[in-house]
Design a protein around this ligand. Structure first.
Ligand code: ADP
Ligand code: ZN
Length: 752
């Protein structure tokens, strides 16, 4: 018989490796299973069998594979096709997809067998109790009870077990150990007396719990949206509904339909919208059928949930963040991407640098599933896809229950200052509204997109600004911590008492972040309870929940925060929302800045007045005539999208072109500059005008490494794949040169 070989993907930036399949696995091995492999001289990895074949590799010493990682589920064909698409489209290896896709407990690695096992999880086993076969009839069982007269605890335990056995008169069923109320010693005695046996096995997902009988009744408008979604079949649909129009309510109905048909559903949200509020709202309907996947659940729970999904034949709801797109789901009937415009769907930091929203469309196509992209402020790209006929669209223009959209006021900061109507960070218009809300016992939410006390410090004598030692960026003042902190690498240092450059006692805080707003509020509104939500206060799930809870139950009056507070919340008591400095949102060197500013303002405004009383929103800005601010204040999405599309057409940006960004990274600046020049030489002859760069990015040094970027723009109708191919060849060629061997070439497809 010909030797059997397996191409195995390991979680590294490497192609698949070929192994010989050991005799012992020959009959059972299959594509998609997880096996233990050795790489190099000793390191052990979990790997996925990607292909089985009889082609002996060219190299002599072929290692063999002889063991499964049995607690890691087998991937289905569809899941494998999806990984391949991600690797191909986002220009990374399958190993990198594996690294991002699987929870670490399911892909153990280690230098020794011991380490390999320890780093994995034990499979989620249940220990099961059953009656010893010798006493599994009524007569023998009676005798067993009789024999335990003198051992009341054992008697009780046996009674408890018997009462939980399936009542089929057979006494042969099994009961999970944790259902039986008894100490380990008691069970051990019963086992010794040959009354019980204990076994373990991996638990199959049991019977699916029943589905809700009553769902909230949809309004006519919502019902129409449902039918329009259905009418699109498997063409993706953009659900464009203003905040509070009942999008979530529609999702609940769509999910219910799929679960009833025993199909699985995937429901994605941005991390910050995965609030306990929303999870509770969904779980209320689908309870045990919900599998949650986000960063605040433990590593072992994640592994368990991944397996539950792999084992599910249908009828489960996966509720998760961007990485949940990799859940090994089959029989998928529906994918929902809520807040589809959110840029956190894009992973930029590590490969695979995927966009879960775009992946959802592909995943839906692979499964023939419906795809619904929902937002109050759809991305310009998705809107464009509607106009091109690629997506369908359904629109909800009104809030549920006749609640009006909030009243929005643009407050000019410069005028306020001139008139003496600005104190601290508040223009009179906002301050008056906060005062009135507090007096009426209502709540206030304030948005500032900088955390910390102030974004930078400056010496008023010489202009010196404290910078990070390792990154080319100014340090942020964190006052309560008493330190300056780098938001790129996390390094911190003490606040300088005098200027390190000129020695003057003149280093002052500039600008303001959420921490400063919180402090000022305490001064201006001494009777109000203020809470703050940003990456600093929400470090643990507990801290995060306690802030939300205090605002939800009305203990807190004012919530200050960064983007974290813009989404997913439905607080009944909020009547006033303030955007403290909208200029920050506009002055951003990115072609999407206008779109983002619109989205943030609209989302923030959407938190105001979600019940009977009309909410009020104040936007503080020094550019009150800015077109985006005007459009956001008017809630005129159509105007915004037209302006943005026109601009992008003029300057040739997506959706009129496709972008690839390339960053070269190296610790030595002169080598990096030379690499940049060489890279240009390699690419320019083929790409011509499509290549822009090299150019240093806004922050051109991070963690002691210098950065240099290129952008490649390809027109619609031109082959994006061809451009990627050229790029892949050029980066290989660059790294093949001795001098540039260690220059990192980081490719980001469709960067956000
Ligand atoms: P969105 O997701 O579009 O922001 P939600 O689904 O959260 O909107 O709806 C806003 C509010 O209106 C929620 O409190 C929700 O419970 C309520 N609501 C929306 N539609 C209905 C409905 N058909 N029946 C009962 N309540 C509804
Ligand atoms: Zn730094």
């Amino acid at each position: 018989m010909a030797e059997l070989y397996a191409d195995i993907v390991v979680p590294l930036a490497q192609p698949a490796f070929t192994y010989r399949v050991d005799e012992t696995l020959r009959d059972t091995i299959a594509v998609g299973v997880c096996v233990k492999v050795q790489l190099g001289s000793s390191k052990l990895y979990a790997g996925i069998v990607w292909r089985l074949h009889n082609e002996a590799p060219a190299f002599k010493t072929v290692k063999s594979v002889s063991e499964y990682v049995s607690h890691s589920p087998r991937l289905s064909q569809t899941v494998m096709r999806f990984w391949e698409w991600v690797a191909d489209y986002y220009m990374c290896s399958l190993g990198e997809v594996m690294r991002g896709a699987m929870p670490s407990a399911l892909k153990p690695e280690g230098m020794t067998d011991g380490e390999f096992m320890r780093s994995g999880i034990a499979p989620k086993e249940v220990r099961l109790l059953r009656l010893h076969p010798e006493i599994a009839d009524e007569f023998a069982l009676g005798n067993a009870f009789e024999s335990l007269r003198q051992a009341p605890k054992q008697y009780e335990a046996l009674l408890d077990l018997v009462s939980k056995l399936p009542q089929d008169g057979m006494f042969s069923g099994e009961v999970p150990r944790h259902f039986v109320n008894a100490d380990p010693a008691v069970i051990a005695s019963l086992v010794k007396k040959r009354i019980l046996t204990v076994s373990s096995r991996v638990l199959r997902p049991g019977e699916l719990p029943p589905l809700p009988v009553v769902l909230p009744e949809l309004t006519d408008v919502q019902q129409r949206a449902m039918s329009e979604i259905a009418a699109n079949g498997s063409r993706p649909v953009l659900l464009h509904g203003v905040t509070g129009s009942g999008k979530t309510e529609i999702y609940i109905h769509l999910i219910n339909e799929q679960l009833r048909a025993d199909r699985n559903v995937m429901y994605l949200l941005p991390e910050i919208a995965m609030t306990s509020q929303l999870v509770a709202r969904i779980s209320k309907y689908f309870g045990e059928r919900v599998v949650i996947y986000h960063s605040r659940i433990s590593e072992s729970k994640r592994a368990e949930n991944y397996r539950r999904v792999a084992e599910s034949v249908g009828g489960m709801l996966i509720l998760g963040v961007r990485s949940a797109i990799f859940m090994p789901v089959d029989n998928l009937g529906l994918v929902i991407v809520d807040e589809e415009h959110d840029d956190s769907y894009k992973q930029n930091e590590t490969a695979p640098r995927y966009n879960a929203r775009d992946c959802a469309v592909v995943l839906g196509r692979l499964h023939g599933a419906c795809v619904v992209l929902g937002s109050a402020t759809p991305s310009v790209e998705s809107y464009f896809n509607v106009t091109e006929g690629k997506y369908g669209m359904t629109v909800l223009t009104e809030r549920y229950g006749g609640v009006s959209m909030p009243e929005v006021l643009i407050s000019d900061t410069i005028t306020a200052v001139k008139r003496g109507e600005r104190s601290s960070h508040f223009n009179k218009a906002l301050r008056d509204r906060i005062t009135a809300a507090l007096e009426a016992g209502e709540q206030v939410m304030l948005f500032q997109n900088r955390r910390g006390f102030s974004p930078y410090m400056e010496c008023t004598e010489c202009g010196y600004v404290p910078m990070c030692r390792d990154c080319n960026v100014s340090l942020t003042l964190h006052k309560s911590e008493g330190r300056l902190r780098c938001h790129y690498c996390g390094r911190s240092e003490p606040i300088p008492a005098t200027c390190p450059s000129c020695g003057a006692h003149a280093v002052v805080a500039r600008g303001f972040g959420t921490e400063k707003v919180e402090e000022e509020l305490a001064r201006l509104f001494p009777d109000a309870k203020v809470v703050r939500l940003d990456r600093d206060t929400a470090q643990s799930a507990r801290a995060y929940n306690s802030v939300i809870e205090s605002f939800e139950n009305g203990t807190a009056d004012i919530l200050v925060g960064t983007q974290m507070i813009t989404k997913g919340f439905d607080f009944a008591g909020v009547s006033v929302v303030g955007i403290l400095n909208a200029d920050n949102l506009l002055n951003y060197p990115d072609f999407r800045a206008g779109e983002r500013a619109y989205q943030i303002i609209a989302q923030m405004a959407g938190r105001a007045g979600r019940r009977e009383k009309r909410g009020q929103v104040v936007i503080q800005t020094s550019c009150p005539d800015n077109v985006v601010i005007r459009q956001a204040a008017a809630g005129d999405y159509g105007a915004m999208v037209r302006t943005q599309l026109a601009e992008r057409a003029d300057f040739f940006y997506p959706p009129y072109c496709r972008l690839l960004s390339v960053t070269l990274r190296f610790r030595d600046k002169s080598v990096l500059d030379a690499a940049g020049a060489r890279f240009r030489e390699l690419l320019a002859p083929v790409l011509g005008q499509r290549l822009l760069g090299p150019q240093p990015p806004v922050v051109d040094r991070i963690k002691r490494q210098f950065l240099l970027s290129f952008i490649i723009k390809t027109a619609r109708g031109e082959s994006f794949a061809a451009a990627k191919h050229v790029l892949a060849q050029a980066s290989a060629a660059l790294n093949a040169e001795q001098r540039f061997k260690y220059v990192d070439v980081i490719v980001n497809v469709d960067p956000v």
